[in-house]
Design a protein around this ligand. Structure first.
Ligand code: FAD
Length: 406
């Protein structure tokens, strides 16, 4: 962490890693190749994460990367979380997103907004053996997330939360959920409140699991809350500040999705390069044809650009600099690159690429979600446009004649 910030100040190359970062990266890379890769096909087919892997993630120390050591975490940097998500995703994007949500959304929100008791209880659980989930979206509110219909009623000694959440990653495995509900609908989005909800709280149920196109081993489920009894002390941050928690955690979360997407693109491209060097047509390896070499060179260039954007956004975050625009750009671009590079990889495998006998079609399927979750590509464009247009207006000294809604 210190080295990364120093590097930023001295202008060292973005992709040069400190010794600690290299060690972290290498240990996760080895783990992904040796322990995850043999399970990938079966987990995708069965749409189920191997429980042994989840235990391994805790043992490896990747479920609480930024959590301070006093609560049992690694006390490390956000950049290391990004490296972990990339390394896991280059073998399996479902493993990547499980660890990503735990670190960049759930732990992050509690580190930032939790009080001492909440940190001591929940961060300790999340670093030891408990998976976390982050529940904002609903059937009627996706891009328009703050139109959520889940309600929280103040019952004096507790809160009663009622509603349905949709698309919740990690829900099948999670023991702790950060759930957003509106505690004061008259105040609009300023009524939104974040609650820490445990799986066995009365009135809380995990519902139907989605049968998805990609990241099939990552669970995505509905949550049903019927007068769910939440202790008063389980409000995260303050009542009415949930919108701020959601905005700020998702800003960081997007960099994690960027990391997942560069991992996915890299994994597919590695397979494609190996295949084209082996596969012979017209008496020589397919990789010997300049037409194929140029396609690979273009893909590698776009992947490198995406990686620089993701690493830069993560380093900015660790350095305490503004990173909103850079995070949105990194997520937007890396998810586009992932779809393009994985599609090319299928192409370079020819007919074999279109079958489940070979690994690349899965990368292609896994890539698509990068343009959907944690804000669709259009929502990233809206964030980027807003940041640029406001900044340009301020920089040129021209007052904006119309405001952009919050
Ligand atoms: C696999 C998966 C896992 C997920 N995990 C989680 C999770 O853990 N927690 C969670 O809270 N949510 C999660 N989500 C939900 C995800 O964040 C939403 O699906 C996403 O925000 C899009 O919302 P929507 O599906 O309702 O699409 P909609 O908002 O209905 O969008 C439909 C289309 O309209 C476009 N659109 C909408 N509004 C505008 C606009 N103003 N301008 C231009 N275009 C617009 C969108 O870009 C999109 O193309 C997950 C989703 C998936 C698929």
């Amino acid at each position: 962490m210190t080295t990364a910030v120093a590097d930023l100040a001295t202008g060292s190359p973005l992709t040069v890693l400190s010794e600690e970062e290299q060690m972290f990266q290498q240990s996760v890379r080895d783990f992904a190749i040796e322990r995850i890769r043999p399970l990938v096909h079966e987990m995708d087919h069965d749409a189920k994460m191997a429980p042994s892997l989840i235990s391994n993630f805790f043992e490896l120390g990747v479920m609480a990367i930024e959590v301070p050591e006093q609560f049992g975490g690694a006390g490390s940097s956000f950049f290391n979380a990004v490296l972990v998500v990339e390394e896991l995703s280059h073998v399996d994007a479902s493993c990547g997103v499980l660890v990503d949500v735990q670190n960049t959304l759930v732990n992050n929100a509690i580190i930032r907004w939790g009080n001492t008791d909440q940190k001591s209880k929940y961060l300790t659980m999340l670093g030891k053996d408990t998976v976390g989930a982050y529940a904002l979206s609903e059937g009627g509110s996706g891009s328009d997330a703050f139109a959520l219909a889940t309600r929280a009623e103040d019952k004096g000694d507790h809160w009663a939360v009622t509603g349905r959440k949709l698309w919740i990653t990690n829900a099948a495995e999670a023991g702790v959920f950060i759930v957003f509900a509106n505690a004061n609908p008259d105040a609009g989005y300023k009524g939104i409140t974040a609650f820490l909800i445990e799986r066995d709280f009365p009135g809380f149920t995990v519902g139907k699991k989605e049968d998805k196109t990609g990241i099939r081993a990552s669970s995505t489920c509905e949550l049903i809350l019927e007068d769910c009894r939440v202790p008063r002390e389980n409000v995260l941050g303050e009542a009415g500040k949930g919108y701020k928690i959601a905005i700020e955690t998702l800003n960081e979360g997007r960099i994690g999705i960027g990391a997942q997407m560069i991992g996915v693109a890299r994994g597919a491209l590695e397979h494609a390069i190996a295949y084209t060097k082996e596969r012979k047509q017209f008496g020589k390896a397919v990789a010997d044809f300049q037409g194929v070499q140029f396609q690979i060179a273009q893909a590698a260039t776009e992947l490198e650009a995406a990686r620089l954007m993701v690493y830069n956004a993560a380093r900015l975050k660790d350095a305490g600099r503004p990173f909103l625009r850079e995070a949105a750009m990194a997520k937007l671009f890396s998810s586009q690159v992932a779809e393009k590079v994985t599609s090319l990889s299928v192409q370079l495998f020819g007919g074999n690429g279109y079958t489940k006998e070979y690994p690349v079609e899965k990368y292609w399927r896994d890539s698509k979600v990068g343009q959907i979750y944690e804000g669709t590509s259009n929502m990233q464009l809206a964030t980027i446009a807003k940041a640029i247009i406001q900044r340009e207006a301020v920089a040129s000294g021209v007052a904006a004649t119309s405001s952009v809604s919050a």
